[in-house]
Design a protein around this ligand. Structure first.
Ligand code: SF4
Length: 392
């Protein structure tokens, strides 16, 4: 019996083309892929010697970048190193992110043979104009075809990513994309609002006044329409941007939001272990170089203080499936049935922002749309309550 349940994240930092909004670390020069794969295998082996002995892997997530750009042979090689190095649970959830423009039926069959049992397609939109604006490499038809091929290859756990609140987008075109996504009957839908990340081409366009973003009110309206449409279609919201058929919530995502432990491999990948977080460097070249010298490619390490651990627990739980009142009480040494914390909870319920059954506090769609502000409000009251308890 292993002591810890963990997740593994692999960052595959290559893309065929850089999308206009994306700030994930990836490069479009593909000739270093083979050297990268060897370095990645090396990092997995090193880390397994350090952390693998008492850990059971319950989820694996290949993200990026574009993991589906790896050849079948490269995907098989990395998978073999993973399963040889770590104890992987028989019912592991094993996800690969795929760009609809880069998959073939042969590749999808190979994924299933390897043991990959969940696939996440970065569709973003079914509108040709919106896809061009986002500089995606696929067409709406390719996205539908990719999902159909995945079904044929035997995937019964499929996610489709959709992006909304694009400049000039109307609720009608947004809902049209969601309808086409639902028609494919994916088990899971991630619906994100467009974020203008600094240093992306889209951000520069915004700075130059070439695009006009939606107002906060309109964006909030998109969010509420999206959540109510997906609820009507039988998708349960279990995080601000994530919706699933019952029982099909992403185990790996939940691990992050429940502050579980995970190891990240590849440039820019993050890890969380024993209340320490670290991230890898954001350079493929340097990553390969360091691993060739048998050095860990770590850029930053942070040991979390008790205050950081508990505020993280509240912040992450509120944006996901809620927090137990008993957990709040023990983290902050406070009451949740009387006093200021109880008052905040009651106020949220009165305003229709949250539900609380006496055991667990969960935000509802209106609450999710104000998640950051509500988290801040609760944390302020909790910190105050703790200080007062300490003084008494
Ligand atoms: S394919 Fe994904 S990772 Fe690559 S640039 Fe586009 S959004 Fe970013």
């Amino acid at each position: 019996m292993k002591q810890r349940s963990i997740g593994l994240y692999l960052h595959i930092p290559f893309c065929q083309h850089k999308c206009s909004y994306c700030d994930f670390y990836s490069i479009v020069t593909l000739d270093g892929m083979e050297r990268f794969v060897q370095a990645l295998c090396e990092e997995i082996r090193f880390r397994s010697q350090q952390f693998g002995s008492d850990a059971e892997v319950r989820s694996i997530f290949w993200g990026g970048g574009t993991p589906s750009l790896l050849s079948i042979a490269q995907t098989e090689q990395v998978s073999r190193v993973l399963t040889d190095s770590f104890y992987v649970a028989a019912d592991v959830e094993w996800t690969i992110e795929a760009n609809p423009g880069t998959v073939t039926l042969e590749k999808l069959y190979a994924y299933r043979m390897i043991g990959i049992n969940r696939i996440s397609f970065g569709v973003q939109s079914f509108d040709e104009g919106e896809l061009n604006f986002l500089e995606r490499i696929h067409s709406p038809h390719q996205a539908e075809h990719a999902v159909e091929m995945a079904r044929r290859a035997g995937f019964d756990n499929i996610n489709v990513d959709i992006m909304y609140a694009l400049p000039g987008q109307s609720i009608t075109t947004c809902l049209a994309s969601l309808k086409r996504a639902c028609a494919l009957e994916p088990e899971h839908i991630s619906a994100y609002s467009l974020v203008y990340e600094p240093a992306t081409p889209l951000y520069h366009k915004l700075q130059r006044g070439e695009i006009v973003p939606l107002t906060d009110d309109v964006e909030a309206e998109f969010f509420l329409q999206t959540t109510s449409f997906l609820a009507e279609q039988g998708y349960q919201q279990y995080e601000v941007s994530n919706f699933a058929r019952p029982g099909k919530e992403c185990r790996h995502n939940l691990l992050y939001w429940h502050r579980g432990e995970y190891l990240g491999f590849g440039p820019s990948a993050h890890s969380h272990w024993d209340n320490t977080r670290w991230s890898n460097i954001r350079s493929v070249a340097r990553y390969v170089e360091l691993l060739a010298r048998r050095q860990f490619p770590v850029a930053m390490t942070e040991h979390l203080t008790v205050e950081q651990q508990r505020s993280e627990a509240v912040f992450l739980a509120l944006r996901a499936d809620g927090i137990e009142l008993a957990t709040l009480e023990s983290l902050y040494n406070c009451s949740t049935t009387t006093g200021p914390v109880a008052a905040v909870i009651a106020d949220w319920q009165r305003q229709g922002l949250a539900t609380c059954d006496g055991r667990r506090l969960c935000l509802n769609p209106s609450g999710y749309s104000l998640c950051d502000a509500l988290t801040l409000e609760l944390l302020n009251v909790l910190e105050h309550a703790t200080t007062e308890a300490a003084v008494l």
